[in-house]
Design a protein around this ligand. Structure first.
Ligand code: MN
Length: 239
């Protein structure tokens, strides 16, 4: 349709002109800022995951713990404003090339921001018990069955000494369970987490105290499998 081609071309010219003009208007710095230092809102209410994860834990975890990682990362950005030109994922993938003065802060606070942002997305009230479609098929292929995946994930989550995370990661074409200490992420050039479980005591101590096994069992009731499947789908499409 000639008319729509014409309008597409006009749109293109408009965008191209805006890009050419922007630097002279002083927009260059803003356009280059890719790092988000905003606390992402939870996609559900604080009490939505009751009785599995209690409202008070969710509120403190989101408003205090996650927010503190963002504050920590923002302090690093004050010292090294060039950090803003990369996405959080790009920063975490290039830790070794960051200035030494901010490297640990980005690893810990940037990692905390990344891990928690993913964690909230992986949870949902009234969740379905297991995934469907291509993700279910890939879990069956790489773990034998959904139950053996859950068993492996639970075992590794239980084995974390101190604070850390358990993950389901897509690693160069294969799903694997992994753990990381502290706020380290499992990110790699061809590796991305699609499901994470926070095993810091702040994630469960109010309700479960030392009973980590009960917290892990409760977690399976609130996994947002459609969200995990969407992350999986994006990775498979990019591969
Ligand atoms: Mn946490």
């Amino acid at each position: 349709m000639p008319q729509s081609r014409g309008s597409t071309r006009r749109e293109f010219i408009k965008v191209a002109m805006a890009a050419a003009v922007a630097p002279t208007l002083g927009f260059a710095t803003q356009a280059a800022e890719k790092l988000s230092l905003e606390l992402p809102p939870l996609p559900y209410a604080y009490d939505a995951l009751e009785p599995y994860i209690d409202a008070e834990t969710m509120r403190l975890h989101h408003q205090k713990h996650h927010a503190a990682y963002i504050t920590g990362l923002a302090k690093a950005v004050e010292q090294a404003p060039e950090l803003r030109r990369k996405t959080l994922e790009e920063l975490l993938l290039s830790l070794s090339s960051l200035p030494e003065s901010v490297r640990t802060a980005v690893r810990n606070h940037g990692g905390g921001h990344y891990n928690h942002s993913l964690f909230w997305q992986c949870l949902a009230p009234k969740a379905q018990a297991s995934p469907e479609g291509p993700l279910a098929a890939a879990i069956a292929r790489d773990f034998g069955s959904f139950d053996s995946f859950k068993e492996s994930f639970t075992k590794q989550a239980m084995a974390i000494f101190g604070s850390g995370w358990a993950w389901l990661v897509w690693d160069a074409g294969k799903l694997r369970v992994e753990t990381t200490p502290n706020q380290d992420t499992p990110l790699g050039v061809r590796k991305k987490p699609i499901l994470g479980l926070d095993l810091w005591e702040h994630a469960y101590y109010l309700r479960y105290q030392w009973r980590r096994a009960e917290y892990i069992a409760a977690f399976w009731h609130v996994v947002n499998w459609p969200a995990v499947a969407a992350l999986f789908h994006n990775l498979v499409q990019r591969a």
